[in-house]
Write a protein of this length. Sequence first.
Length: 95
Amino acid sequence: MMKRYPNSFLQLVTFSYIVVVIPFLLVSVYIFVTLETLDRHNHVVITEVSETSRLSSEITEDLIHLERSLRCYEILKNVNLQSNVRGFFRPVCNS
């Protein structure tokens, strides 16, 4: 088998340049694809975090409303409590 050598110094430099540049191009393409994927994941995570934050504040409000409703129910159910706090919880229980 015969080895092939460059005919000139310019061919040697060109071949060396191509051998060095091709891995850099492949790495650049890989990095670009990876960054695009990370950007998509980042967008999804930010959207989910904002939705979670919004729902967290909503559940806090719902729990406060539930506690208020349960207290009104306990007052309306217990006759002794009704006589003790008559008029105090009336605005709260009517809402």
